[in-house]
Design a binder for this molecule. Structure first.
Ligand code: FMN
Ligand code: MN
Length: 366
């Protein structure tokens, strides 16, 4: 505590060539309490830069839960209490990166997955829970920007660019530092796509969940490229496969995917395909777009959507003005429902014939 706190003793890396500093927090858990709704606890991964011994930078994209929470504290004239762990149980890391609903604690969700509660200790400065598996943890507070900001970034981000640049961002004033003897500092720096952080499609799964909740029937698959399959943050290229049952069904699926939290943040394209297209097979998807999507009639543009300073295609003047919105395209690459029965047949072997042939010529084909 006090003058003994020194965040610079840890070997926080400069992860990318053009990063504006050293980032201790890339595989971290940022823990905050909702100030109005019974104090439920949010856990999110948000990047943390080391500014000096007891000051850290904290970048949270608009709409992410801890950003909504800290603004509520500031509206009440309070600093936002925060705990950050650097290196902890991998399950917590996986869950903290997921797009769960506002009001659902990631700690509870992680406990549900594990089948046992997550062990925590209570921080005596903030009263917040600190996961007991943490290698390094801090308690601190985030004052409102009117009181203190510091230049944060640039930082190489998941879309593959340093789009945010160097900009004033809120800071964490560190009040208490905890660490193990010889702690392990975990890192998960974002890298240029197609690199993915988790290797499991949690973003796509979250969108599929939302489609079910929105009562869109007969979804056959969801996949995301550039971000969404790995980190839940950002889904600029979403594929939804649907077995069409009625007029407008495919468009409904596209709109609902776009309207979901996991599918809306930093989106750009939603591509809806028929059930014969495997959304995780990019070759199939491109074939469907090339042969079933008429640009003039089957692309819908929607403007003014939820984006972020991390969006590389946002004009710099717009970013500087703090107008973090972008546009979207829904590409309906399904056979038009009204004349789907007159749509030409596909010239590939039907599964039935393929089976018959491989059985008949089994010996020769082996
Ligand atoms: C490795 C990794 C790093 C991330 N870094 C940030 C970040 O610096 N800022 C941010 O706003 N979101 C970041 N995210 C995305 C959020 O963690 C993700 O959207 C999460 O759902 C946010 O928590 P929330 O849903 O409680 O808002 C990162 C995700 C991963 C997997
Ligand atoms: Mn959350």
């Amino acid at each position: 505590t006090g003058a003994d706190i020194d965040m610079t003793i840890f070997p926080a890396p400069q992860w990318h060539e053009l990063d504006g500093g050293r980032y201790i927090g890339t595989a971290d858990c940022v823990i905050t309490a909702e100030p109005e709704e019974g104090g439920w606890i949010n856990v999110g991964i948000y990047r943390v830069q080391v500014h000096n011994k007891n000051t850290l930078g904290l970048y949270i994209s608009p709409g992410h839960h801890a950003r909504i929470m800290r603004e509520k504290y500031w509206e009440k004239g309070k600093n936002c209490p925060v705990v950050v762990t650097f290196g902890q149980d991998p399950l917590l890391f996986l869950v903290a990166g997921q797009s769960l609903p506002y009001g659902l604690s990631e700690l509870d969700y992680a406990g549900g997955l594990r089948g046992a509660p997550i062990d925590v200790i209570r921080g005596d400065v903030t009263g917040l829970p600190i996961p007991a598996t943490a290698e390094i943890a801090i308690e601190g507070e985030v004052p409102p920007p009117s009181e203190q900001v510091q230049t944060e970034g640039p930082f190489g981000e998941w879309p593959g660019y340093y789009a945010h640049g160097a900009a004033n961002e809120p800071v964490i004033r560190v009040k208490k530092l905890y660490y193990r003897n010889d702690p392990i500092l975990a890192g998960a720096p974002p890298m240029r796509p197609p690199f993915i952080t988790f290797g499991v499609p949690i973003g796509a799964a979250a969108i599929w969940n939302y489609l079910d909740k929105a009562d869109v029937p007969d979804i056959k698959g969801v996949w995301c490229y550039v971000g969404g399959s790995a980190a839940a943050g950002g889904a600029p290229f979403i594929i939804v496969s649907v077995k069409q049952r009625y007029h407008g069904h495919a468009q409904q699926a596209g709109i609902a995917a776009l309207g979901s939290r996991a599918g809306n943040y930093h989106g750009r394209f939603v591509i809806v395909v028929d059930e014969d297209i495997d959304p995780s097979n990019l070759g199939d998807v491109i074939w469907a777009v090339s042969t079933r999507c008429d640009p003039k009639t089957a692309i819908s543009i929607i403007d003014g959507c939820w984006s972020t300073p991390l969006d590389p295609a946002m004009h710099p003047d717009q970013r500087d003005a703090g107008n973090f919105v972008n546009s979207r395209a829904i590409l309906n690459a399904t056979r038009p429902y009204a004349w789907k029965d007159r749509f030409p047949p596909v010239n590939a072997l039907s599964p039935d014939l393929r089976k018959k042939i491989s059985e008949k010529w089994k010996k020769e084909l082996e």
